[in-house]
Design a protein around this ligand. Structure first.
Ligand SMILES: Cc1cc2nc3c(=O)[nH]c(=O)nc-3n(C[C@H](O)[C@H](O)[C@H](O)COP(=O)(O)OP(=O)(O)OC[C@H]3O[C@@H](n4cnc5c(N)ncnc54)[C@H](O)[C@@H]3O)c2cc1C
Length: 378
């Protein structure tokens, strides 16, 4: 059996950051990655994707993103950065190694993988949420004859030329995919079921994340109260566009519901000029389209479900106690869990940028893990 101080599962941003930190603390680290490359999920993202969070707040610990990058780097630049990060810290993940499950055996965690068993007193689960696309079901969905995909499968507009496309959901993926389609002159409709929160990506020329970080120590309700008039002014009236503003402010939405508001990079302008049409929620599917909840029927050739992700780690951690919600979502991330030596990195949504949060969590887990490995009983 392969032994080390730490097993890190996943070689995305969270796994690489955790491994770099722990290696720097003198711990021996084994990174297990099921694909054949670092940052594999970024490689699969849609072509036009750029970071929505600024470069200055999106780098991982110990190595900032290059100054030559624009404020909002492209997905290719993110991938190059992750490769350079792994090379800089001499991280050599065991690729093509899928972890089926992890279980504790005395003071050791045993990872059961496609390449045999690995053991370590510390395990960091940095598996992200990409493997858990949420596909809601509606009556009649099986009868739909058009093209139906989840947003994680969307790459670019090319399959949709001359088609009528419905994008379901108004998060960052839904907003940007609708923008991509409309920019490509494709007949685009957005189904928006409930009230939304929209933030400008920059406010007064400063990335919105900078504002969020400056207010981080204040309670969510206070932050939302202070910001509401400014956001209203910056985003403009949305009710006349067929959208409803959520009563709950953006910060509370992230903290209480794990829902990230739309950081607008042009979607609203396309709704305003009519190139994206807004409809309400879906009531049911028909063979050639949908009935919206107002019972109006409309035909679509393709439907893209931008309905988010629902992490479920029950299969990975079948015996762990007190660390997952009944649905399989970690109860805490970047902190001590109920199971000694078990940590999660980057697995819950953050109001101050996920990549930034991943870096902070990796540093915190590093300290906890070093302490745990050197004095396990304490
Ligand atoms: C479209 C999109 C845009 C985003 N844009 C931003 C942004 O602008 N700014 C920001 O801060 N955040 C952004 N995020 C959120 C977040 O930062 C990224 O999703 C980031 O990649 C998360 O990193 P991660 O390492 O936690 O997970 P991932 O990048 O998903 O990496 C997880 C890794 O674990 C591997 N893995 C999973 N299960 C196993 C297993 N059982 N065994 C072995 N390996 C396994 C996977 O193959 C993968 O390589 C975005 C997310 C999406 C979906």
């Amino acid at each position: 059996m392969n032994n080390s101080d730490v097993i890190v599962i996943g070689a995305g941003p969270a796994g690489l950051a955790s491994a770099a930190i722990m290696q720097g603390l003198g711990l021996s680290v084994t990174v297990l990655e099921k694909t054949d490359a670092v940052g594999s999920v970024w490689r699969r993202h849609y072509d036009r994707l750029h970071l929505h969070t600024d470069r200055g707040h999106s780098g991982l610990p110990g190595m900032a993103m290059p100054r030559s990058y624009p404020t909002y780097p492209s997905k290719e630049q993110v991938i190059d950065y992750l490769e350079s990060y792994a090379a800089h810290f001499r991280l050599r993940p065991a690729f093509n190694t899928t972890v089926h499950q992890i279980a504790r055996d005395g003071a050791q965690w045993i990872a059961d993988t496609t390449k045999g068993a690995f053991s370590a007193p510390v395990v960091v689960v940095a598996t992200g949420w990409a493997d858990f696309p949420h596909r809601p079901s509606w009556p009649g969905i099986d009868t739909f004859r058009g093209h139906l995909i989840h947003s994680s499968e969307y790459r670019n507009t090319s399959p949709y030329t001359d088609q009528r496309v419905l994008v379901v959901g108004f998060g960052n993926s839904g907003g940007e995919i609708a923008l991509d389609l409309a920019t490509g002159r494709i007949d685009t409709t957005l189904a928006v079921r409930g009230p939304v929160q929209i933030l400008p990506r920059d406010l007064l020329g400063i990335p919105i994340l900078t504002w969020a970080i400056a207010q981080n120590s204040l309670p969510a309700a206070v932050v939302d109260f202070i910001n509401a008039p400014v956001i209203r002014l910056a985003v403009g009236p949305i009710e006349r566009l067929g959208l409803k503003r959520a009563a709950k402010g953006p910060r509370r939405m992230i903290e209480e519901d794990g829902r990230v508001p739309l950081l607008d990079i042009g979607t609203l302008a396309k709704i305003r000029d009519g190139s994206i049409k807004v409809r309400g929620g879906i009531d049911r599917f028909t063979p050639d389209g949908v009935f919206f909840s107002d019972q109006a029927a409309q035909q679509f050739d393709a439907v893209i479900l931008a309905t988010g992700f629902r992490t479920d780690l029950r299969a990975l951690l079948p015996n762990a106690r007190g660390v997952l919600s009944p649905e399989g979502k970690p109860l805490v991330t970047g902190a001590t869990t109920n199971e000694p030596g078990l940590y999660f990195c980057g697995l819950l949504a953050s109001p101050t940028g996920q990549l930034r949060q991943i870096g902070l969590e990796a540093i915190r887990i590093g300290d906890l893990a070093r302490h745990y490995v050197t004095s396990p009983g304490k």
